[in-house]
Design a protein around this ligand. Structure first.
Ligand SMILES: [Zn+2]
Length: 62
C-alpha cells in the first residue's frame, strides 16, 4: 500500500478510504472500523501527495 497516495481523509489507522474501509484487520490495531485521521495525519498526507505530484519519477518500492 502506498502511503504517499493515501487520501487525506483516509483511516487514521491504516490509510484506507472511508467508502471502502468496512472492517479491516491491520497491525498493530487489529480489527477496527474507519477512524478519522488526526489533523497531523491529514496534513502529512496532503504534503506527501503534493510531493508525489511534484516528483512523478519518485517510485515507492516499499
Ligand atoms: Zn483503518
Amino acid at each position: 500500500m502506498s502511503r504517499a497516495t493515501d487520501e487525506p481523509s483516509a483511516c487514521g489507522h491504516c490509510g484506507i478510504p472511508d467508502r471502502v474501509h468496512y472492517q479491516r484487520w491491520k497491525p498493530p490495531v487489529g480489527w477496527h472500523q474507519w477512524t478519522p485521521p488526526s489533523q497531523e495525519q491529514i496534513k502529512a498526507r496532503m504534503t506527501a501527495r503534493r510531493a508525489a505530484r511534484a516528483n512523478p519519477t519518485t517510485k515507492e518500492n516499499s
